[in-house]
Structures are given as C-alpha cells and as structure tokens.
Design a protein around this ligand. Structure first.
Ligand SMILES: [Fe+2]
Length: 411
C-alpha cells in the first residue's frame, strides 16, 4: 500500500483489488439508495455500486491484502442491508459503514479505482489497441519494427505487440537467425501453446512431409488448426534461411473478407456463418475434431474465428440439401480471400519474424522448387489471452512511468 507523502498523518490510500496504480480522482457526491451506492465526480460522471460488490472488494472485509482477490464465498457475504451508511470522505474517497455480526466496520474505497470502472477501464479490450481492418490498399507489407533488441527492450516488444493486436499482423526485422530464437521470443511473451506439431515447429520441404506446409507446394489462404475448440490465437513465424526462388508469403485480413462477403455476397455469408462442418486432422497418431462454421462469430461478433483450412474440413454437419450451397459459399470465400484487393504478398528475409492473429488473418504462400535451395521457418503458437496479458502489463508499466515523469500522484 502506497503512502501519500503530501497528506498529513501518513494516511494510506485505500487498497485496490488489483496491482494497478490509479490517479486520485476525488468524488464530489455519494448517496445510498437502498443497497446501492451512487458515487459521482465533478464532471457529472456517476457509478452505481451494489453493496455486496463493494463488500467483496473492500479492504478489511472481502479483499485479501496479498492476492487482491475476494476471499469470501458468496454464501458467506453479509446481507445487502449490512451496508448502513455511505459518505464522502475528507479527501474525496468513498467511506462505508458496515453493521456486521462481529460489530461495526468502516471501509474506504479508492475514488480513482471507482472512476476507471465508470470509464470502462476494467473491460478486456480497454487496455488494448482498437482493431483496424486493412486491405492491400492500406499497406503492401506487414507493419514492421526493428527487432534487434526485442528480447531485452520492453518498448520494442510493446510496439510490436501493439501493431500485432491492432492489425492482426506485424513483423520484426533483423532478429538473430539461430533456430532457438523463435522459442526465446515466444517465451518472452508468455506460454507457448503446443500442438501435435510440437511446441516449436519447423516449416520446410521434407522428404516425407507430415503436412502440406512441409512441401514446396503453394498453400491457399487459410488459418491453422480449426480442428480445435479454440484454434491458436497467434502464430509467430521466424525465417532462419530463405534462398529459394518463389515461396512468397501472402496474408489477408479476415475482417475485410468477412465484410466483403457480408455486403456483396449476403447469401454466401449466411451459409458460411450458419452451416457447420466437422473439422478433423488426418494423422496416424492424433485425432482432433471440432464442429463449427467456416466463419465463426462469437456472441458479440468478436473475436472472429475463421475455420478456414480445407485440408482438415472433413464432413458436412448439415442437411444434405444444404451441402451444394455450402460448397458454393466456400468457393466465394476462396475467391475473396485470394482477391488481390485484399491480399498482401511479400518475401520472408532471414531474421524476419511475422506474427499474425491466426483466427483473424488468413495466411498462405506461393509454391517453390524443392531442392533449389532452403526455406526454413521456425514457428510457434500462442493463445490470445497470454499475448494480451503481456501487452496489458507492458502498458501498465509504461503508464506508471509516464505518470512518474509527469509528477502525478498515484496510489
Ligand atoms: Fe498454416
């Protein structure tokens, strides 16, 4: 708990139920309406807080001072009427009086923490960049950051991850070309998500390929592992060697593809979002399966999950009468996904790392002549959750530094 040195008596600002630092934003009004406290600020913003939610988050009542989590089971919370008074504290904090079986208790709530909730700062997307949809007219190559210092410099990592979240693609250039680098980079971000291809995998032409990726064949625009309930959120591909002719990489923003289908091919869009397929990988040792549509919107439309990999699209899970229009819709999807208006095409250089949102962005490549050189990529997957968490924490540290530089008061 931080001590505000400019306040008399060594008074401690109220503990917040997290590890963030909040500007002190004094309340100007507090009123208790039944079991709900309505707090307000000078600019007219208000927030309604139910008594039991305040109890769960109150230092001295529900809040565990070390973990900053609520330590009280809902069955053990006091009655809603245990909150008997709510008032404006002398420094603009919220002061609460509780009447508990153990006696009366006064707790205080940080007004800056309440304000960040009133402003929506607690929402998952609040501390991440807004998504920007792109086409081939937006840029010809992935937005890029110089990556020499990415393993040591948090600012470089944060800049690259911010671009990755914003556009769904971002490139690091001039990174080392050793085969361990991809794993080092992945682990710097968070846990690597393994698959039946291993934690870190190689993409290169093989004598006995275990995937079409490991041949010199061209690959149509696709997303990886739609056979999973939740396909991997991000994919990192690190170029170790590339001296083949051809093999250009291609990326397409799924949001642009979905928008084009929705507006110009509504009938196909409807089929792609409502008709299900069973996706199943073909392997002697593994059998992953999941049923879902080709374009999979979550409840509120985000995050988008494209289940767009026809080599593992195994079986129609729909009425036989719907199968012809399902195939017509797949053809329309493919045409839009490969339309030069939406697709960027670029060469991998040794030391490049291209990160992309595997559920949003379609990737593919041109074919190349096997035996005419070596094209070796090292790759790994990460879940959205872990990469987003890393970026939020980097942004948290950055915000703390900015506040310190500006001399603002923090809890
Ligand atoms: Fe792939």
């Amino acid at each position: 708990m931080a001590i505000s040195e400019d306040l008399p008596g060594g008074w401690s600002e109220p503990l917040t139920p997290d590890f963030y630092q909040y500007r002190w934003q004094p309340l100007t009004s507090v009123r208790l309406q039944g079991s709900t406290v309505v707090v307000g600020w000078a600019d007219g913003t208000e927030l309604a807080c139910y008594s039991l939610w305040l109890a769960e988050n109150a230092d001295g009542l529900g809040l565990h001072p070390q973990t900053r989590e609520c330590m009280v089971d809902p069955g053990d919370l006091p009655s809603p009427e245990a909150l008997t008074e709510a008032s404006l504290g002398p420094r603009g904090e919220l002061s609460l009086r509780w009447s508990l079986p153990t006696g009366a208790l006064i707790t205080e709530v940080h007004p800056g923490w309440l304000r960040h909730i009133a402003d929506g700062g607690q929402l998952p997307e609040a501390s991440l960049p807004s998504i920007e949809t792109w086409t081939a007219a937006t840029f010809g190559e992935p937005p890029s950051v110089s990556g020499e210092a990415v393993l040591e410099d948090d600012a470089v990592l944060a800049e690259w991850l911010s671009l990755l979240c914003r556009f769904g693609i971002a490139r690091l250039q001039n990174t080392p070309t050793d085969q361990e680098f991809c794993e080092q980079l992945g682990r710097r971000i968070g846990p690597i998500r393994g698959s039946n291809f291993g934690a870190v995998f190689s993409v290169q032409a093989m004598v006995e390929p275990n995937s079409t990726a490991n041949t010199g064949l061209g690959l149509g625009q696709h997303t990886d592992l739609p056979t999973r309930e939740t396909p991997p959120g991000f994919q990192l591909l690190h170029c170790v060697v590339n001296n083949v002719a051809g093999g250009f990489s291609r990326l397409t923003d799924g949001h642009s593809v979905v928008n084009e289908l929705r507006t110009s091919h509504a009938e196909h869009y409807e089929a792609l979002t409502t008709l299900n397929w069973v996706f199943a990988n073909r392997s002697a040792t593994d059998d992953h399966r999941w049923t879902g549509p080709f374009i999979d919107h979550s409840e509120d439309g985000l995050p988008l999950t494209l289940r767009a990999f026809s080599p593992v699209r195994g079986f129609p899970a729909m009425s036989p009468a719907d199968v012809p229009r399902a195939y017509a819709a797949l053809r329309a999807f493919s045409e839009v996904a490969h339309d030069p208006r939406f697709q960027i095409r670029f060469a991998f250089a040794p030391g490049d790392v291209v990160g992309f949102d595997n559920r949003r962005v379609l990737h593919g490549r041109d074919g190349f002549a096997e035996g005419g050189g070596l094209r070796l990529l090292r790759g790994c997957y990460m879940d959205h959750d872990d990469l987003y968490s890393r970026l939020r924490v980097l942004n948290r540290r950055s915000a703390a530094r900015i506040d310190a530089d500006e001399g603002t008061q923090n809890a």
